[in-house]
Design a protein around this ligand. Structure first.
Ligand SMILES: [Zn+2]
Length: 265
């Protein structure tokens, strides 16, 4: 079986791709990449994600505002930002609201402002019937409180929680995003999570240009490198890489409402 790569989380609008974006994105399908979801982190990058999805058949877009990319409403009120996202999400290639969430790793946007724009975006996703792509930067407790209360449909991207947290998240029906960090030497918790998780909740992702897996660690990441992450996951689960890639692609099609025969066939 040849590899079927569905990258559920990438940022190809970023400057790191300016020099060769077109060349790179034209070449990825030849390396097994069947689908990519490009995630916005603010209004402008959400628009850029939609433009990429218009240009490349295999691209889809997520529109959203990342916790530290929200200025607390100084330039634009939260309700105006939500209206802009709502308009963008009308596009047929917008398949999710994301990348949204909470980030407590460093001082940036105040926590109450992060929470406000996060919850407004969860409500927007619910209103539009779209799944969400969530970022949880060392904010597990607050994130779980919100997931229990709002019960969104979606994925916890770059999952960094414990096995116990994974069990609760999947019981709530949320998917688990697994990226290049799984291949790093210190990935003890991530390894345990990948070993224990139900296969039907697994989604592979890159977070390109970040998080390139070993043996590409430190390089600019692209979606084809998911093959290394999947290889590591297959070793941990004592299964076959290509089969796991296909299962993850099918999970992604189910979550994001995409035609499975077109992508996974
Ligand atoms: Zn991201």
């Amino acid at each position: 079986m040849s590899d079927i790569i569905f990258d559920t989380h990438a940022h190809y609008d970023m400057e790191r791709f300016d020099a060769d974006r077109e060349e790179l994105l034209s070449s990825l399908p030849d390396r097994g990449v069947r689908a990519v979801i490009n995630c916005g982190t603010h209004i402008e990058s959400s628009r850029a994600s939609v433009r990429l999805a218009e240009k490349y058949d295999y691209f889809y877009a997520a529109c959203g505002i990342y916790p530290h990319d929200w200025d607390g409403g100084r330039r634009m009120s939260a309700s105006s930002a939500i209206d802009l996202l709502r308009n963008m999400a009308e596009h047929k290639k917008v398949v999710a609201i994301g990348e949204i969430g909470l980030d407590h790793r460093y001082e940036g946007t105040a926590r109450d402002a992060q929470r406000e724009i996060f919850i407004k975006q969860l409500e927007l996703a619910e209103e539009l019937g779209l799944p969400v792509i969530l970022h949880d930067g060392e904010a597990h407790g607050d994130m779980m409180d919100i997931l229990r209360e709002y019960k969104p449909r979606g994925v916890l991207h770059c999952f960094s929680g414990s096995v116990e947290m994974m069990r609760e998240v999947t019981r709530l029906g949320m998917y688990i995003g697994v990226g290049g960090a799984l291949t790093f030497k210190n990935a003890v918790k991530r390894t345990a999570v990948v070993k224990a998780m139900p296969e039907e909740y697994l989604l592979f992702e890159t977070d390109a240009p970040y998080m390139a897996p070993v043996p590409c660690r430190g390089q600019r990441c692209d979606s084809s490198m998911i093959a290394f992450t999947a290889q590591r996951a297959a070793e941990i689960r004592a299964t076959d890489k290509s089969r796991l890639l296909k299962a993850s692609a099918e999970n992604a099609c189910r979550l994001f409402g995409l035609d499975m025969s077109g992508i996974c066939g």
